[in-house]
Design a protein around this ligand. Structure first.
Ligand code: OSB
Ligand code: MG
Length: 368
């Protein structure tokens, strides 16, 4: 396949409500879209899942823009590419910057699937037609608000509820939640807010019958998580510690986690995601697909990857309306009773709504 043109869009989109984690609050999403155009006039789309500031990881949106403009797009524009899997090797000389690489690689994958006349899920080897999803709820300033938010999402049928915790907003919050919802499938995400000095508190979480605790300790750490997992019953799920196939292999070998949250952007793209999927499948480590407050383009990619067989736990890809008044894809993503249908249509399976994209575009550059 030949890439004739690449278009980079810097987007700004207001979320309906602020989303608070242990590392900060976000409401104004600033992220990238990448469009690649093939010979035949078909477009492939990818999303760069960074934020304006490097709070979740070291990457941020302007850095991704620069990486793409100066280093990555020149490697693909006006080039012949045999298969999207080849991009990993092509990008390898440039270290890390996985979200930037993934944005472009994802667009090429979409184009490739469209040119093959099949869905992206099928191109990736996905077999599931329906995927189960949960929802991630941010830290709230009152119990009332949190309980109300949970009730709403339980009523909508989401298959599990994830709540964010941080020091001072953990045990008591969980006690309150379990008082109202003793039996719901529940998990927590600490976004790296604790250390092994908090061992007593982390052990105390065992009493709440949680499906898992996501990323309790430092981002990137594998060793302390392995020590922690030996001392608690709640399964550890890693997010910010898994940036590559090698990270996943080492985490499994060390016993740092029992579950992995896979985010396509964090691991550098769909090719890396497939490899990690196969590794985890062989090792008996279940996966679920995480989220980065994506627009519809990123959401569509998440659904495609979650069609792979070893994504056995409900992910964070909720309906478009979870964050957006109006999403930039048609149709919007709609979870019915906590279940999403994997689209049969070619590529990502959703039409990008160019009018909506235009409304939220604050910078655009064409490479040809
Ligand atoms: O840790 O999983 C996380 C959002 C932004 C950054 C990190 C995380 C999250 C979420 C929300 O938990 C996932 C989503 O709804 O997109
Ligand atoms: Mg997380």
């Amino acid at each position: 396949m030949r890439i004739n043109e690449v278009v980079l869009y810097k987007m700004q989109m207001q979320m309906k409500n602020p989303f608070t984690t242990s590392f900060g609050t976000e409401q104004n999403r600033e992220f990238l879209l990448v469009e690649v155009k093939g010979d035949d006039g078909i477009s492939g789309w990818g999303e760069g899942v960074t934020s304006e500031r490097p709070l979740y990881s070291e990457e941020f949106t302007l850095q991704s823009w620069y990486m793409l403009e100066k280093f990555l797009i020149p490697l693909v524009v006006n080039q012949e590419i045999t298969h999207p899997d080849d991009l990993q090797e092509l990008f390898k000389p440039y270290k890390r910057n996985h979200m930037a690489k993934s944005a472009l690689e994802g667009a090429v994958w979409d184009l490739y699937a469209k040119q093959c006349g099949e869905s992206l899920a099928t191109s990736l080897g996905g077999t599931k037609k329906r995927i189960e999803v949960g929802i991630s709820l941010g830290i709230e300033d009152s119990y009332e608000k949190l309980i109300q938010a949970i009730q709403e999402k339980v009523d909508e049928g989401y298959k599990r509820i994830k709540i964010k915790i941080k020091p001072g907003k953990d045990i008591e919050v969980l006690r309150e939640v379990r008082k109202h919802f003793p039996n719901i499938p529940l998990m927590v995400d600490a976004n790296s807010a604790y250390t092994l000095d908090d061992i007593n508190l982390l052990k105390a979480l065992d009493e709440f019958n949680l499906m898992m605790i996501e990323q309790p300790l430092t981002a990137g750490d594998l060793i302390d998580h392995a020590k922690l997992q030996k001392q608690i019953n709640t399964p550890i799920c890693l997010d910010e510690s898994i940036h590559s196939f090698e990270d996943a292999r080492q985490a499994i070998e060390l016993g740092s986690c029992k579950i992995i949250n896979l985010k396509i952007g964090r691991v550098g793209g769909l090719t890396a995601s497939k490899r990690i999927h196969d590794l985890c499948e062989n090792a008996g480590i279940p996966l679920w697909c995480g989220g980065m407050l994506e627009s519809g383009v990123g959401r569509a990619h998440n659904i495609a990857v979650a069609a792979l067989a070893n994504f056995t736990l409900p992910g964070d890809t909720a309906s478009s309306s979870r964050y957006w008044e109006k999403d930039i894809i048609q149709p919007e993503v709609v979870a019915k009773n906590g279940v999403l249908t994997v689209q049969d249509a070619i590529g990502i399976g959703y039409e990008v709504d160019r009018n909506e994209v235009k409304k939220h575009t604050v910078a655009k550059k064409v490479f040809s």
